[in-house]
Ligand binder design. Structure first.
Ligand SMILES: Cc1cc2nc3c(=O)[nH]c(=O)nc-3n(C[C@H](O)[C@H](O)[C@H](O)COP(=O)(O)OP(=O)(O)OC[C@H]3O[C@@H](n4cnc5c(N)ncnc54)[C@H](O)[C@@H]3O)c2cc1C
Length: 496
């Protein structure tokens, strides 16, 4: 591998913004773990053959478990229109930006490939969460303490920002202000959780450590031994939240065209965005397409889509709920490298997400089932919460988040006239932050740059080209899985 790097690919890697050291380190790691990655991460699309499991895994939905196509679908764009700002993508970011621009009195057009909530905004776990659980080690490598502190504040402030929007737009999205816990499932995870809690504290994040006795006093399921508890934030119904933003945007006069993908755009003082049967001309374009952005020709060497799945059980009976405990319904994530998440919903189902992450070759985002991920989530759910073994699954789904090599948000303006704005790189933490960043970009377009938006500016490292990119990312993910599996084996051994 290093011989190859010594010649042409090394030049490509360095041109792409990676130092030789980081590239070699990553590529070497990839070389070690890629065979495992191929075995463990390939996105299999055929269901499995065993009765109960098969029935569960066939609950696949092409949409997230929280949304349906709206009854009042807005017509697709036909013909040529103009606006002050055109926004592509109607998730939390695009709709929050549209609302703020409309408040400023701008004429706003939003074009959405499907409908709001089709993307990650309708597929997530619904944690309205601040800075806990961020990838601090990656994020803080290339920036100073002051900027890192501002970025932690950005994530933490976003929680209050969104809570304010529920009130402002009268959005009932089953929000439970429960706080949330980053829990250990094995004593070996305590050191890492405490260390990361300390880094968060040094940068202004407020949380407390819960020991075994405190976890049991809260009535949390016994698999979760100890953890970092952040009292702010909680869980919500993301479908109701994104549809609430959609309603508010329509009420505010935003012109929303659904079933209307951006196909291409021309740069210049007036940008022309082409759609299948029309066009929008505007002096400003904002990309709020997150994981789908690289396919549209922007940020293709800065961010990648990562494929993440979720499963949801059928509603639990009263008796099952009683024996589960968990009376305060805190959102739980684990201290694994690829976190596991568990939460109760208002409909008394349990949703579990993440555990396995996959990068699809060529930054593609196919809307297909990923049975391997559902199976792993299901097995894991039964291990953490054995009471659920007899509870069938109601839904399985998959979505895409976008991530940069440094796990930091990717926000800025590009084009000859610096009139093409973008936000991507949510890294799977976007319910709060993507909402607030959309709003802040709209403020910037309106002429005031919020300090927390300025704090996000930094040089995003470039990614190597394919096939190195695929090998590197899936190799690193497989390495993380290996470490996580080791912890999980210890948990199983201890229980045996
Ligand atoms: C399984 C899963 C669990 C998650 N859990 C959490 C969580 O608990 N908490 C948390 O904070 N974050 C979580 N996330 C991340 C969070 O959902 C995202 O960060 C957030 O929804 C991103 O919002 P967005 O508006 O930037 O992007 P999206 O919601 O993805 O919106 C982008 C929109 O662009 C549209 N689009 C794509 N191409 C085009 C085009 N050519 N033209 C026009 N429109 C286009 C898409 O249809 C989509 O509606 C999770 C994500 C996943 C997948």
């Amino acid at each position: 591998m290093s011989t190859v790097l010594d010649t042409k690919q090394e030049e490509q890697g360095e041109r792409a913004g990676m130092t030789r050291r980081t590239f070699v380190k990553g590529a070497a790691a990839a070389a070690v773990v890629v065979p495992a990655a191929v075995a463990m991460q390939s996105a299999r699309t055929e269901p499995v053959e065993d009765g109960k499991e098969r029935a569960d895994l066939e609950k696949y939905r092409t949409l997230g478990g929280w949304v349906e196509k709206p009854d009042d679908m807005q017509p697709a764009l036909e013909g040529d229109v103009s606006a002050d700002v055109v926004i592509a993508g109607a998730g939390f970011a695009g709709l929050s930006a549209a609302l703020e621009l409309a408040r400023q009195g701008a004429k706003v057009v939003v074009i959405e490939r499907e409908f709001p909530g089709f993307g990650a905004s309708g597929r997530n776990a619904g944690y309205l969460a601040g800075a806990m659980g961020l990838e601090y080690d990656l994020m803080f490598k290339g920036i100073g303490k002051e900027q890192a502190t501002q970025i932690v504040r950005y994530y933490d402030d976003a929680v209050g920002f969104v809570e304010g929007k529920f009130k402002e737009h009268d959005i009932d999205c089953e929000y439970v202000q429960s706080g949330w816990i980053r829990a250990g499932v094995h004593p070996s995870q305590e050191k890492k959780i405490r260390e990361e809690m300390q880094i968060g504290a040094e940068h202004g994040h407020k949380s407390e450590f819960l020991d075994q006795a405190q976890m049991r006093a809260r009535g949390l399921p016994p698999a979760f031994l100890f953890g970092e508890y952040t009292p702010t934030g909680g869980t919500l119904h993301p479908g109701k939240y994104v549809m609430g933003l959609r309603r508010a945007a329509l009420r505010a006069g935003v012109k929303l065209y659904e079933n209307t993908p951006l196909l291409s755009y021309t740069e210049g003082p007036v940008i022309q965005v082409k759609t299948p049967r029309g066009s929008v001309s505007a002096p400003v374009l904002m990309f709020a397409t997150n994981a789908y952005t690289p396919q549209l020709g922007l940020l293709a060497n800065k961010v990648v889509p990562l494929q993440i799945s979720a499963i949801e059980t059928e509603p639990l009976s009263k008796a099952q709920l009683a024996s589960l405990g968990w009376p305060r319904r805190e959102g739980i994530i684990t201290g694994h490298y690829s976190m596991e998440s568990f939460r109760l919903t208002a409909r008394n189902t349990i949703i579990s997400t993440v555990k396995r992450i996959h990068y699809p070759y060529g930054s593609k985002t196919p809307n297909v089932p990923v049975y391997d991920q559902y199976r792993e989530l299901r097995t894991n759910l039964h291990e953490r919460l054995p009471i659920l073994k007899d509870v069938a699954l109601r839904h399985c789904w998959t979505g895409y988040v976008s991530a940069a090599g440094d796990a930091l948000p990717v926000v800025g303006a590009t084009g000859e006239n610096k009139n093409i704005y973008y936000t991507a790189g949510c890294s799977g933490h976007g319910v709060a932050s993507q909402s607030m960043v959309g709003h802040m970009i709209a403020q910037q377009i309106g002429g005031t740059e919020p300090p927390l938006l300025a704090a996000l500016q930094h040089n995003t490292p470039s990614l190597p080209p394919e096939p190195f990119r695929w090998c590197l990312i899936n190799g690193l993910l497989a390495g993380a899985n290996t470490l996580d599996d080791r912890v999980n084996r210890k948990v199983r051994d201890a229980a045996a």
